[in-house]
Design a protein around this ligand. Structure first.
Ligand SMILES: CC(C)C(=O)C(=O)O
Length: 420
């Protein structure tokens, strides 16, 4: 389902300063999305660990959205984590979902072993994400030398390879790690059989320019090695740049982009995979049905007990709702013409209809008469001028947008007064 092609008349209505044509090469490249909601997402201290049934529903929705891989937990963390990863892998196997099951652990054999064990038991290939801190600040905090990190990584990778696990080598805090250290660690990981390198902006430090330079550095190193090794990009949002950085990571050559529903995760969280999907679609990089995206975000929000902010893109209560007179008037004019294309775009850069949603008009202190008239018509009520004025006066006197019940009360009050 593509972003609906505008009619020739509509096509003239938006001058696009975004250089969408320059994203065309991205759409030709094969890349994948990697969902971290059930691992990094659950590391947020404020979220609840979903039940296994909720996790399976979330996994199904990821697959429905064309997300190709997911980190589904740290099986080394305890029996419950181990059982949930096993249940997810079994569900993916039994339902033949086109989703790669991945699990994370530190670069120690005891963390890799449960992943190998689940792979063996369930009988589908898993990917192990083996992580270790690589930046000078992490080395200093832990008292590690580069040689210690390299050796620990090598032992974990050798074990995983021996167990036939696909292995992604994850250098935590890559965006603050020195090129000399990364060169040693990446070369060793590649030589020992890692199929992927995961570049982590663990503390949300990177800017797009840093993303570009780090990916160029890593690509050159991989090219030199002659191995077929892919690059993952894992971003955090401490500076509010996670989605933007991840879009740039794709442009600069990352093969797999990480994110979580609503960006839940450590501290202020990760790249919001839902926002990433919306942008990839609007940029023309992907062409797929995203009408289940809202359900996916709501499923994660409910299962993790995270509230959806009212102004959250696409899913927030106010994402496609206005009570403002000027905005409402323009949307209503489009709707009266039967022009939903126009109604969806005149005051929104994300067309609601493309994502299974619609614009709604409310009545509040910033409203004009068209809000009231439209609201009454939607309810099948006669929108007389006098009634409209009465409701609008109530709205102007109110500090908040009127609820439907408050407008109905106003209608009753008006009718009662008129009947006297
Ligand atoms: C373990 C990795 C992927 C991580 O979560 C991070 O560095 O933020």
């Amino acid at each position: 389902m593509s972003v609906s092609t505008p009619s020739p008349e509509h096509a003239q209505l938006i001058h696009d300063w975004n250089d969408t044509a320059s994203t065309a090469p991205m759409s030709g490249r094969s890349f994948d999305l990697f969902d971290e909601s059930l691992r990094d997402g659950l590391q947020s201290p404020s979220v609840a660990d979903p039940s296994v049934e909720e996790k399976l529903r979330i996994i199904q929705l990821m697959a429905d959205l064309g997300i190709g891989a997911a980190d589904v937990g740290l099986p080394c963390a305890g029996q419950r984590a181990y059982d949930d990863v096993t249940a997810i892998a079994t569900y993916v196997r039994d339902n033949r979902l086109p989703l790669r099951v991945c699990a994370a652990g530190r670069t120690v054999v005891s963390d890799m072993a449960p992943i190998a064990d689940i792979q063996q038991k369930v009988g589908i290939p898993l990917t192990a994400y083996a992580f270790i801190g690589s930046s000078p600040i992490r080395q200093y905090a832990e008292g590690w030398t580069v040689e210690h990190i390299r050796e620990a990584s090598q032992k974990a990778i050798d074990f995983a390879v021996k167990e036939n696990l696909d292995i992604c080598y994850v250098t935590e805090d890559t965006t603050r790690s020195s090129p000399a250290t990364l060169e040693v660690l990446f070369r060793s990981a590649i030589e020992h059989g890692a199929s992927r390198l995961c570049l982590c902006d663990t503390v949300g430090h990177a800017t797009p320019d840093g993303v570009r330079r780090l990916i160029a550095f890593t690509k050159a190193l991989i090219a030199e090695s002659g191995a077929d090794v892919k690059i993952d990009w894992h971003g955090h949002n401490d500076r509010g740049l996670a989605v933007v950085n991840t879009l740039f990571a794709l442009e600069y050559g990352a093969d797999r982009l990480h994110g979580t529903a609503m960006g839940i995760g450590e501290r202020v969280g990760n790249t919001a995979i839902d926002q990433l999907l919306v942008n990839l679609k609007l940029l023309g990089v992907i062409d797929r049905d995203l009408t289940k995206l809202v359900e996916f975000v709501r499923a994660v929000a409910t299962a993790t007990k995270v509230g959806i902010p009212i102004n959250y893109p696409l899913v927030g209560e106010d994402a496609f709702r206005t009570a403002t007179g000027v905005h409402a008037a323009a949307i209503i004019k489009a709707k009266r013409r039967g022009d939903e294309w126009l109604a969806d775009r005149v005051y929104s850069a994300v067309p609601a209809g493309e994502f299974g949603k619609g614009q709604t008009i409310d009545v509040g202190p910033m409203s004009g008469m068209s809000n009231v008239t439209f609201w009454l018509e939607q309810q099948g009520m006669a929108a007389t001028e006098e009634l409209g004025k009465f409701i609008l006066a109530k709205a102007k006197a109110s500090a908040v947008t009127l609820s439907d019940a408050a407008i109905r009360d106003a209608v009753r009050e008006y009718e009662g007064a008129a009947a006297l």
